[in-house]
Design a protein around this ligand. Structure first.
Ligand code: ATP
Ligand code: MG
Length: 564
């Protein structure tokens, strides 16, 4: 093994801070700043100091090795991009305020790349002409720009950040599925090597189709994503992708009965008035889908997730109805809508409103509700859609156990794009039969700088950062806890460790107490801390394992063999 470098803390460009930065909301933000890994430059824009740059490089190296291993080729495209391709794809305007736009001296429009589907499509169109040139997988590790609305979590959500983005180009759907599977497996290896606890969740709801897109999530309190996680089986999904199974019920029900219900403007007052739980009531939300009024039925105790509804019905536009929409619709009695007798309105319902279930709902008359309104007997559902907000304890779609909802950080996203960009740019290659074939594409991202913060979030403890060896800025942190003899022993330990191939941080700073140095070592979070202190004259050092906190006093020679 080759000799490694000893980085002296006395020369290191970075001061540890005792106080948390005032604007820091997340643990990783606080610790990465306090331990001297990053410095804020402007909102959402960060400088990587030597220790931080090392961690970023370690993550990049692992990403690079695993991308190379699946046969992806590394390139580097510009970050400064012309407007035209993004105009062709529609994203120049679709991106809205998220896009950094700028002009050159001639007044031509440019943007700073938020992601590069357009440019890679053009590159492949330029370079590949025959099916023999495909499949091809290309990647880059590059600075990306997004003018995020709330860049508040340190490097977790930057406006300038590092992303590994890759793109696959295939002639067939099977080819795309294979490229996707290769990426999925590579991502799993990357996060395993980094020791990052992660889940793969389906990112697209059922209606949009199966496995077209999956997210890699790192569970962490600071996460901005919520996902459903089953404690009993391996099911995990983005909350938007959770679907409740439709199970018809066999039961006898009494006849439909109308009941006067004055002064019951809310589900709560109605349920109290009738002495039934809110879950026995059926609430019917009216929405406009491409201008047509439709009703959406969900149990009274559940909220409709309008985002989820919009995603199910995309590309149709979903809007809430307004008072004006009721004006010429005497069939719609505001506040008393029931699916029975809704003749001119399409009825969408949550799968909990299954055939055979019985409900209390509006009677389509003012101040009146109806009970024993049975699905399949008194009304029909035109289409089932799971559109309620998922709640803890909802049944797992795979095994039925109660789901937990957890916070997580999105660290990666893999996507079977299909022919969207190939269509936009006319990307064809000459097929086996001599005819042009439209290329199909995948796109795959890892937030390299975000991964650094996600690792910090998952591994830090009350004493500071605590890196897994694969990402740590050094293998061992040697502390000279004293002048003269301890310093000499620390120097020789550092040299010996570096010669044995370990990356070493040596705290040789004069004039600092052993306590301060140890506190800093724990804050910086290198896997091993070797302290030359009181017993240095006997050649005895203390070896601390940062993650477990175990400490042992050992002769230096023995301590050197323990560091792995
Ligand atoms: P988010 O929902 O967190 O905004 P996204 O879905 O917009 O992310 P993608 O377009 O899927 O992000 O980008 C690929 C990866 O890049 C993400 O999975 C994430 O790890 C990373 N990433 C995205 N935005 C940022 C950001 N502002 N700062 C740091 N990393 C980011
Ligand atoms: Mg994403």
């Amino acid at each position: 093994m080759s000799t490694q470098h000893v980085q002296r803390m006395s020369r290191l460009l970075a001061k540890t801070l005792r106080e948390d930065p005032a604007d820091a909301e997340t643990l990783s933000h606080r610790l990465l700043v306090r331990a001297g890994y990053v410095r804020r430059s402007s909102a959402g824009v960060w400088t990587w100091l030597p220790l931080g740059k090392r961690v970023l490089e370690n993550v990049s190296r692992i990403v690079r090795e695993e991308m190379d291993a699946i046969g992806a080729q590394e390139v580097l495209l510009p970050a400064l991009l012309p407007r035209e391709p993004y105009e062709v794809s529609g994203r120049w305007s679709e991106y809205g305020d998220l896009l950094f736009r700028l002009k050159d001296r001639k007044g031509a429009d440019y943007l700073l790349g938020p992601t590069h589907e357009e440019i890679f499509t053009l590159l492949v169109k330029d370079q590949c002409t025959s099916y023999k040139d495909l499949p091809v997988m290309l990647y880059q590790i590059q600075t990306k720009y997004r003018d995020e609305a709330r860049p508040r979590s340190g490097v977790l959500r930057g406006r300038e950040f590092q992303m590994k983005d890759s793109y696959s180009f295939d002639v067939s759907d099977e080819g795309l599925a294979h490229s996707y599977a290769l990426h999925r497996a590579a991502y799993q290896r990357i996060f395993e090597r980094l020791g990052l606890d992660h889940r793969i969740v389906s990112a697209v709801s059922g209606a949009m189709g199966g496995s077209a897109s999956e997210e890699f999530l790192a569970p962490a309190r600071a996460g901005e994503d919520t996902f459903a996680d089953c404690p009993s089986c391996d099911y995990a999904a983005n909350t938007e992708a959770v679907t409740f199974a439709l199970t018809p019920v066999e039961a006898e029900h009494g006849p439909l009965e109308e009941i006067p219900t004055p002064d019951t403007p809310t589900i709560e007052t109605l349920a109290a008035h009738l002495g039934v739980p809110a879950s026995a009531t059926l609430k019917n939300l009216l929405v406009k889908v491409d201008g047509e009024i439709v009703a959406v039925g969900v149990p009274g105790d559940r909220e409709v997730d309008l985002g989820k509804l919009g995603e199910h019905l995309a590309p149709a536009v979903v809007e809430l109805v307004t008072a004006e929409d009721f004006a010429d619709r005497p069939d719609l009695v505001r506040g008393y809508v029931g699916p029975q007798g809704l003749e001119k309105v399409r009825y969408l319902a949550d799968p909990r409103v299954a055939p055979g279930t019985s409900w209390v709902t509006g009677a389509n008359k003012p101040d009146t509700h109806a009970r024993n309104v049975v699905c399949g007997r008194d009304f029909e559902v035109d289409r089932y859609l799971d559109v309620v907000v998922v709640e803890p304890g909802d049944p797992c779609p795979a095994c039925g156990s109660g789901l937990a909802l957890d916070r997580a950080i999105e660290i990666g996203h893999i996507f079977q794009l299909g022919r969207k960009y190939a269509d936009a740019f006319g990307l064809d290659v000459l097929g086996r039969e001599g005819k042009p074939v439209r290329v199909t594409m995948g796109s795959y991202g890892i937030g390299v700088s975000r991964v650094v913060a996600a690792l910090a979030e998952q591994t830090a403890d009350e004493r500071g950062l605590c890196w897994p060896a694969s990402a740590a800025p050094a293998d061992v942190h040697v502390v000279a806890a004293g002048k003269a003899v301890p310093l000499a022993l620390a120097e020789s330990a550092a040299t010996a460790l570096a010669e044995a191939g370990h990356r070493v941080l040596l705290d040789d700073r004069p004039g600092l107490s052993p306590g301060v140095k140890l506190t800093d070592a724990e804050l910086i979070g290198v896997p091993w801390i070797l302290v030359a202190g009181r017993r240095s004259a006997d050649g005895v050092v203390e070896l601390q394992h940062r993650a477990t906190g175990t400490r042992e006093e050992l002769p230096l020679a023995e301590a050197l063999t323990r560091v792995v």
